[in-house]
Design a binder for this molecule. Structure first.
Ligand SMILES: Nc1ncnc2c1ncn2[C@@H]1O[C@H](COP(=O)(O)OP(=O)(O)O)[C@@H](O)[C@H]1O
Ligand SMILES: N[C@@H](CCC(=O)OP(=O)(O)O)C(=O)O
Length: 376
């Protein structure tokens, strides 16, 4: 019987994410063991694995970290900087080196790469989301390998993905990928951080409870990565919940993972690809305010999948306009859903608690239409 991993081998469009720790090498400078340079041999190894799939007619989108890490050595920075301005500077220098290295490496096979730098804001606005989608689709149709990274040079602390694992999951939905492979310096997910003692590889993760049970404590081995295993599991949760099969493994296993061989940790997809609007609302939008719902309204929205009517809303907070994303909270303050408000925040207090029939003709509609609600 074929293993579950084969689902990845069968996916026509795959997002592959590679972390800083897999692309860089210790410089060996005394006392500066964390300073790094790009490891061109490893980049060629990765590229060769990806090209194998491209030559088989599959679409590959590469989400690559490593901009900040690649900027460390040229700027003589000993370790990943903590302050934002130096991170941005390192990324500005490093991103060029990174994409240049990919362009040369794919060039050995006669293939072109296209750089796509995204900010969190690009995926938080629906119009930008569609722009990014159109560009990625066109690049793939032209036979170009898109290389995606966060636009670290302009990202600020408030509006950044921070880790590319999550960006990879959002990208997988954006391009309608069937599979996602997260490549790191560890060959899979273990039942505890393998750097802290003996641990066992988890070959398959079948549900959300298993994803949440993994022990991810302790620093990563390389020191240049950002999220460790926790962000990879978050990413796997987002992608697998949106109908994408996921493998988490090491870069050395990239070709095997793409071929559907049994390597690393396979995370089973759950459900189907959700409509773009719901996925975007749930995972990429930033709520501008919230409504407080009484118990009946929570039941209607969550269990009944109904539109939200003013009668069940007890409060409004924040400053938002019609069409903005807002949170729906229960009486205990727990967010149960996100939705796109049909009204400006200032219009809502006058509607609270009222039946639709009692409202004037301009306001005889729901606060949030059911098609504009994503449950959390
Ligand atoms: N349960 C676990 N299984 C595997 N690795 C783990 C686990 N918990 C923590 N880790 C750490 O996560 C690291 C990978 O994360 P990170 O260095 O951020 O990767 P990358 O730069 O590739 O994104 C591994 O080297 C390992 O030290
Ligand atoms: N965008 C940043 C990488 C952020 C990140 O997620 O890094 P990693 O944990 O190595 O995947 C960069 O290119 O340096």
């Amino acid at each position: 019987m074929a293993s579950a991993h084969q689902a990845l081998g069968d996916a026509r469009r795959v997002v592959v994410k590679v972390g800083s720790s897999s692309l860089t090498m210790p410089s060996g400078r005394p006392g500066k063991s964390r300073a790094t340079g790009l490891d061109r041999t490893r980049i060629d190894l990765l590229v060769d694995a990806l090209v194998g799939a491209v030559k088989d007619g599959r679409d590959i989108v590469l989400v690559s970290s490593g901009a900040i890490a690649a900027g460390l050595e040229p700027l003589r920075l000993g370790a990943r900087p903590r302050d934002l301005a130096t991170q941005q500077a390192a990324a500005s220098v490093g991103q060029m080196l990174l994409v240049h290295a990919y362009a040369e490496s794919f060039g050995r096979h006669g293939l072109h790469v296209g750089q796509v730098l995204l900010t969190a804001d690009d995926l938080q606005r629906r119009t930008h989301y569609r722009n990014a989608q159109r560009n990625l689709d066109r690049l793939l149709n032209l036979g170009v390998i898109p290389i995606v990274n966060e636009n670290d040079a302009v990202a600020t602390d408030e509006i950044r993905f921070g880790d590319n694992d999550r960006l990879a999951a959002l990208t997988a939905h954006l391009v309608n990928a069937g599979g996602m492979i997260l490549l790191s310096d560890v060959d899979g997910v273990y039942d505890a951080n393998p750097n802290r003692g003996s641990a066992n590889l988890i070959a398959e993760i079948t549900d959300e409870a298993m994803l949440q049970a993994v022990d991810t404590k302790g620093a990563s081995s390389a020191g240049v990565g950002t999220g460790g295993m926790a962000t990879k599991l978050d990413s796997a949760r987002i992608a697998s919940g949106a109908g994408v099969s996921v493998i988490i493994t090491s870069m050395d296993n990239a070709a095997d993972a793409l071929a559907g061989r049994t390597v690393g940790t396979f995370v089973h997809k759950r459900g189907k690809r959700p409509p773009q609007r719901r996925f975007w609302l749930r995972w990429a939008s930033v709520p501008k305010g919230y409504l407080t719902l009484d118990d009946g309204a929570v039941r209607a929205v969550v269990k009944g999948r109904k539109s939200l009517l003013p009668a069940g809303v007890t409060g409004v907070a924040g400053s938002f306009a019609a069409g903005d994303a807002i949170e729906l909270r229960d009486l205990q303050g727990v967010a149960v859903a996100r939705g796109l408000s049909s009204y400006d925040a200032g219009e809502i207090p006058a509607l609270l608690g009222k039946q639709i029939a009692d409202l004037d003709a301009d306001h005889q509609r729901e606060l949030i239409h059911r098609d504009d609600i994503a449950l959390l």
